[in-house]
Each structure stands twice: as C-alpha cells, then as structure tokens.
Design a protein around this ligand. Structure first.
Ligand SMILES: Cc1ncc(COP(=O)(O)O)c(C=O)c1O
Length: 378
C-alpha cells in the first residue's frame, strides 16, 4: 500500500484563501462568467421549467444518465454515449482515472506547468511523477524527443492538457499523434484533458484527440466552456471498457453518482451550446485584445504567448509575482494567480483570467497595469 499523503494542491489553496472573500473580484479564473438557473431554464419553454421543479432528488445513475451522455457525445464526431462516464467535474475524472491506473513503482509523465490533480494523486499513490518542461520560447509546445526519453516500461500514463493549461497553447493533430505513438510504444494511457478545447479564440476548436486517436482517453467538463462549474458535471471518455469499468467502480467510493439538478441543467446547456458559449467567447476575445494592448503599452517588460484557446494567459514579469498578487488581492481586491503555484521555476510568472465580463476585466486590467508600472520588485 502506498504510504504517501496527498501533497498540497498549491493552486487550489491560493484560490481557497482569496476567491470567496467578500469584495474580491476574480481576474484569475480559468472559466468564464457564470449563468443563473433562471437563464438556463429560459433557454427552453415553461414545460422544461415545470419538469425542473418536479425533478425528483433521489440518487441518479453512477455513469450519468443516457440523455446527458448523448448530449456530451454530440460534442465529438465519433463518440457513443456508452464510452462516456459523467463525474463530479473534471476533477473527479482526473482523480478516479489516476487512482485506478498507478501503483507504487510506476511512473507517469505530465507537462510542466500543468494542472496539479493528476500529479498530486499519482505521487500519493507512490508513483514517480516525471515532468516534461515546456518553454515560452517554444510556444509552450512539448518537445517530442524529450518526451520519448522520459518514458519507459513502467510509464502508465501521459497526461496533457489540450489546449494547454494555463498558457492556451494549441497543438497540431500531428503533434498529438507523435505523442500517442510514444505512449503506445510503452503501453501507457494517453490522457488528454480537453476542458478548454471548445473555447477556440481564433477559428474553430481543435478536434478532440479521441476523434483522431481511437485509444486516447479524454476529459471534459461544463465548467470551462459554459461557465457552469457549480453544476459539478464533467466526464471522462474512452473506448477502453476496462478503464470505464475501473472509473465507475472507484466512483462507488468517491461520490457514487452526480446530482440530479446538476445533470438536468447540464442537459439544457448542452442543447444550447452555441447560445451559452457565444457571448462568453465574444467577451474573452475582446478581453484578450485589451490585454494585448496593455502589454504592448507597458513600460515594464511583460512576455507572453497570446493564448489561442481557453480563458487564461501566463505572463512573465521581471520580478517574483507572489508579493505583487498578494498586494493586488489585499489592497486592490483583484485576484490574480502567482506562478509559484505551478512550481518555484514559475515564480516570475502570473496567470490572468480573461473570461469575465469586459467591464470588470477592463477595470481590473487598468489597476493591474498601474500597479505594475510602479512596482519595485525583483
Ligand atoms: C486543466 C483542468 N482540468 C480540470 C480542472 C477541474 O475543473 P472542474 O472540476 O471544475 O471540471 C481544471 C480546473 O481549473 C483545469 O484547469
């Protein structure tokens, strides 16, 4: 049995410290502005509202109900509902997938920087976490040769976020295929966390890896594209029935099943994807332009890759960003995310989220840029 404990999820602890403090305005989120229950119900007629009010609050099915899974399957070109398991956010998908995949002595490969769930749980399971460093100078793209050298016959899983968290870098199909060939060579699962895929800021969304590569495992959620994190609906999809079985069996121990209102409302949102996402994408595109203009006009050097997808950008500043972000949160009431949460090597980086309403973003950005110009850190 692994004896390790879960390491602190540093990114989530930063949010826990500030996000829900009254008066704090969130300029770090990786999701867009949210919707209300009323707004979702208004997308359909009175009959849907009545069904919602009459909804039983009993347990629901462990894998998620068939209609919801069909709605999710429609987001892909080759998926059947049977290949999908609904979970409580993508968080639970990541947790159950890694929990049921690694044992002590195994190893996994993750990108650096990355979202910390998979790596933290793998470490607690006694597996070695190998990191593939990404560089701003290489547009945050993985070095395929380096990846090939990191894997061996104890590599059980390669986890990548596509589009990339937190930089919004997008890979080509050929790059993804090269990564999968490496995974296949050592018999590892290739898990593609695609919670940002549908938030394409330039052109149309990249294809899901599972629509290109049969044996890939993909993860999605209602949090990021639709802004519905409060529903706690995410999913894992795979054509490997063993993986699906293991996830469902492990869910018996975590949450057993989802929540009936969450699943009901997710179904509505999935029937109106374009209506829900379009205003969020429009705001994000305007906000990204404001950010680009502010960076171009900054006296202090700011380096970044313009994100192609998702609602976040990773900015490199000429000083350690934790005191800067603390000052902004405590004195100016704007929440940003200091890069140290991704590891010490990112302490001069800062994540900014641009999925909020443009009015809020413009006000926050003006404050951030003002403070930045006079900031005396190193
Ligand atoms: C890449 C990535 N995956 C998964 C999650 C978990 O999101 P949720 O549980 O809301 O679906 C997040 C949250 O920020 C994320 O950034």
């Amino acid at each position: 049995m692994p004896t390790h404990t879960l390491p602190e999820f540093v990114l989530e602890r930063w949010f826990a410290e500030f996000e829900f403090v009254p008066g704090i305005r969130n300029l770090a989120a990786s999701c867009p502005f949210s919707a209300t229950t009323q707004e979702l119900l208004a997308l359909e007629g009175a009959e849907t509202t009545e069904r919602y009010l009459q909804l039983g609050l009993d347990y629901v099915e462990n894998p998620g109900n068939e209609r919801l899974r069909q709605g999710i399957a429609n987001l892909y070109t080759t998926l059947e509902p049977g290949y999908i398991r609904v979970t409580s956010g993508a968080s639970e998908s990541l947790f159950l997938l890694i929990l049921t995949t690694v044992q002590p002595g195994d190893n996994i490969v993750v990108e650096d920087p990355t979202y910390g769930n998979i790596a933290g749980v793998a470490q607690a399971q006694g597996a070695e976490v190998r990191r593939l460093p990404l560089q701003l100078e290489q547009d945050w793209k993985p070095d395929i040769e380096q990846l090939a050298q990191l894997v061996d016959d104890r590599t059980r899983l390669i986890y990548m976020t596509h589009s990339h968290h937190p930089t919004g870098s997008v890979r080509t199909v050929e790059e993804m295929q090269a990564i999968v060939r490496i995974a296949e060579r050592v018999g590892a699962i290739f898990a593609s966390d695609e919670v940002f895929r549908l938030i394409a800021l330039d052109g149309t969304p990249a294809p899901s890896v599972i629509d290109v590569i049969e044996q890939a495992v993909v993860i999605g959620d209602m949090t990021k594209p639709w802004g519905l994190g409060g529903l706690r609906v995410g999913w894992v999809a795979s054509r490997n029935t063993e993986i699906l079985k293991r996830v469902s069996a492990a869910r018996d121990y975590s949450t057993m099943c989802g929540s009936a209102p969450g699943e009901f409302l997710a179904e509505i949102a999935l029937r109106h994807t374009q209506e829900v996402i379009a205003p969020r994408l429009a705001a994000a595109r305007s906000n990204r332009q404001l950010l680009a203009d502010a960076i171009a006009g900054s006296q202090k050097p700011v380096r970044w890759l313009t994100p192609q997808a998702g609602y976040t950008a990773l900015l490199q500043l000429p000083f350690s960003t934790e005191p800067f972000c603390r000052y902004l949160a405590e004195e100016k009431r704007f929440l940003l995310l200091p890069g140290y949460v991704y590891g010490k090597q990112y302490e001069r980086f800062m994540r900014i989220g641009f999925g909020c309403r443009t009015e809020l973003f413009a006000e926050g950005l003006e404050t951030v840029m003002q403070v930045l110009q006079g900031w005396d850190g190193d």
